[in-house]
Design a protein around this ligand. Sequence first.
Ligand code: TXA
Ligand code: MG
Length: 313
Amino acid sequence: MKNIYKNSLQNLNKAKKILNKNDIIAVPTETVYGLAGNAYSNVSIKKIYKLKKRPKKNPLIIHYHNLNNLKNDACFNKEFLKLYKRLSPGPITYILKKKKQSKISPLATGNLKTIAVRFPNNNIIKKLLKNLNYPLSIPSANISTNVSPVKAEDVKDEFGKKIKFILDGGRSKIGLESTVINLFGKLKILRPGAISSNEISKILKKRISLAKKFKKINSPGLMKKHYSPGIPIKLNCKVPERNAAFIVFGKSYKKGKDIFNLSKNGNLNEAAKNLYKTLRNIKNLKYKKINIIKIPNYGLGVAINDRIKKASN
Ligand code: TXA
Ligand code: MG
């Protein structure tokens, strides 16, 4: 069955038609691929949760084209406007207070008082959002707890025929999900991503910490098992065990049958981009276990370590 569609005006129009009927499609973003549905429609949101087998308590990120579209749904504050100006569109999600008159489906926000919002920076999804008169709920396009998809074929790998329309945007530029920052109440990073806490601190001129535990909200990014290829993962390995796929980083590792180098040049951005692709590849090669060397914990290394730690649970 053909379900992967190229970026063209005709296909964007098709996508719009499907979304208008409250059906679900898969879309590219600069971080990872997502499942998109009309955020104002309970019908659409129910379909997303069902497809992903996602716990209903886990709220979705609402994606907008610009601030104008958001003003009826969320309360703005100073921090948000400062960050928005510098970082959006881009790989950052803001948790804001939801407005009472908001038309966002309460199912999408897990009945919380808050709403997660993001302005994605990818031409295809930007064009699509611009042409719709509602925002889109877009969780990553994987079954709950699995590895996120970073190309159109990965979405097919996850859902088979269940997703009839996948917009093809090539490989995701970043390869890891957006940074999630709480801006309502305590300033905190709930999920590390391509935008580092350092960068945010500089813009806000405030120290900002990474949430260890965010008690009230059941964030899947904070759920114990997540981003998992479904086989055991061991971290901080110096030498590999027998028959394990060995994930390494940097130029001191030679090519070898079971060796998967995230970045020969030791570049953490490249490593982030290759992480999910590598995990999916190893799983499809039918390895029974994965060993990973210690990954430096700065820049995008913080987000990589967050994901592999959860994947190893
Ligand atoms: O990069 C991304 O953010 C991707 C692309 C497709 O945009 N989307 C994504 O969505 O990663 P998802 O559903 O896989 O992850 C959403 C994260 C979860 O950790 C969820 O708990 C958190 O955002 N979240 C959503 N609403 C929240 C809220 N009101 N308060 C706290 N966390 C929230
Ligand atoms: Mg996800």
